[in-house]
Design a protein around this ligand. Structure first.
Ligand SMILES: Nc1nc2c(ncn2[C@@H]2O[C@H](COP(=O)(O)OP(=O)(O)OP(=O)(O)O)[C@@H](O)[C@H]2O)c(=O)[nH]1
Ligand SMILES: [Mg+2]
Length: 252
């Protein structure tokens, strides 16, 4: 798989990677925020009742595992696209929109809902399969220092693990905020480890139609990066994002 093929930002020194201690992986979800909405499907694949006929429709969505370190993930077998971004940016909600399943990934209004590397497998109507990885959010100050450090190590450990199936990362940025220091660091880190990425501007439904173009420009400014505007709530941008994910997964 060809690396360094995605959007490349400026290349300051990467954040230091710390060794990640492997933990036993029970295959069961762990560490869930108190108000998290339950995942509906657990290990059982959820069949799609809809028959819209788009090749990007998900006909089967399966929870694979939740791990606390890259070493706890199953052996690489199917292309993976990971979703990274600060807490509450809408990663898990977007994964549900991509999977066309409401309760697959846990979502919550309380930041810090996702606490491990949560892996799902999607089978598309086109016959393609892709795994999506829900990552814990970063930049949530109300978490304890130790927990933030562990999450940082977990995310960096996974992204720099050299997993051959990791095709790229969707870097989520709230369309109303634009990228901040954490996003710059993440992009620099991805560039330093040679993992392709695309920018995804979330919660686009919160902006009026005539504000969106400028908001997307603001998200990509300074990175020369492609930006896809999405709403996990309304599904806007979902097909365009799935196309971008498949493109990343076909690069070699
Ligand atoms: N209006 C709107 N709200 C959204 C959208 N996506 C997510 N939200 C809301 O934002 C909050 C956080 O959503 P999550 O999907 O749990 O965010 P997350 O990035 O996975 O958060 P962590 O797991 O804590 O990192 C929830 O209250 C969602 O309902 C969106 O596209 N539009
Ligand atoms: Mg989440």
């Amino acid at each position: 798989m060809r690396r360094n093929a995605g959007n490349r930002g400026p290349n300051p020194p990467p954040p230091k990677s710390r060794p990640v201690a492997p933990r036993p992986n029970s295959g069961k979800p762990t560490g869930v925020a108190a108000d998290a909405k339950p995942r509906a499907t657990a290990e059982r694949p959820e069949k799609s009742p809809a028959k819209s006929g788009s090749p990007f429709d998900v006909i089967e969505a399966t929870f694979v595992t939740e791990a606390r370190a890259a070493e706890g993930l199953p052996p690489p077998s199917c292309v993976e696209v990971a979703f990274a971004g600060r807490s509450n940016v809408g990663k898990s909600t977007l994964l549900n929109a991509i999977a066309q399943r409401k309760g697959l990934a846990r979502t919550s209004a309380t930041p810090g809902c996702t606490r491990g590397l949560v892996l799902f497998e999607l089978a598309l109507r086109s016959g393609e399969a892709v795994r999506i990885v829900d990552l814990p959010g970063y930049g949530f100050a109300a978490r304890g220092r130790d927990e933030k450090r562990d999450w940082g190590a977990m995310i960096e450990g996974y992204l720099s693990s050299g997993r051959p199936t990791l095709a790229g990362v969707c870097v989520l940025v709230d369309a109303r905020r634009g990228p901040e220091e954490e996003e710059r660091q993440l992009v620099a880190f991805l560039s330093s480890v040679g993992v392709p990425f695309v920018f995804v501007a979330t919660k686009i439904d919160k902006l009026a139609k005539n504000e969106r173009f400028a908001a997307l420009e603001r998200v990509g400014r300074g990175f020369g990066a492609r930006v896809i505007g999405v709403s996990g709530d309304t599904g806007e941008g979902r097909d365009e994002l799935v196309r971008a994910m498949l493109r990343m997964s076909k690069r070699d």
